[in-house]
Design a protein around this ligand. Sequence first.
Ligand SMILES: [Fe+2]
Ligand SMILES: [Fe+2]
Length: 243
Amino acid sequence: MNSQQIDLAARGEQTEHSYLLGRLRGLVRGQQTEILAYDDPRILLDALTLELRNGIYWDVVEAGPPVWRVRVRRREDVAASDLVDLLTRDHVRVDHLFATALHRSNAGDMDTALAHFRVYAACLRRHVEAENDLVVPVLSLPRSARGDDPTSIMLREHEEIIEHTVMIEEMLDEGMDDAGMLAPFFAIISGQLAKHEWREENNLFPHWMRALRHEPAIADELFPRVQGLVRAGDEAAATLGIE
Ligand SMILES: [Fe+2]
Ligand SMILES: [Fe+2]
């Protein structure tokens, strides 16, 4: 693995936050970096991990004082460590499949677009099944009668996204594969997906993470079941040559 070092003493006028953010944004797969810090950097790294959409994984190699050494790798280079991590990574994959379908459709490359769309739809269903049928029933988060709690919002948004996905599938099954005709439906899903995943990662996953930390037996039981669904998505994605 290609490795480098970031010494926070060398950041000059920049704050530790902006210096590290700039450097860690450039981290690529197969690369690892060691940060040398002179104060406890864990809170800062938690914040950066969120800002980089969970794209990095870090572990403390040597705890100071005086010097902290922290190893940072791309999240994809490390096996998923918990349920929320697994689902967040799956968001990135579902997004990527859908974005590829959208871009190829806009470019008029319908064969590639539709192949990606079909795999997106399969992965989306498995993802929604994991969240709705495996996680929600065992993590009893408070629900409001008005339906404005994070769980109710998630369930409603899943229904809407699946509904629009099914509309496109039905059009394709009837042979309507014209890019111009599909474009408005692709645009709707694109907006829905981005908002939904953002809301889930920011409003719901922190509650799930807390609940699972308090119920390790449930966490241990859920993880392999959700992993099974995500792995089935891996097989579908592999048919497109995607990892
Ligand atoms: Fe999700
Ligand atoms: Fe979701």
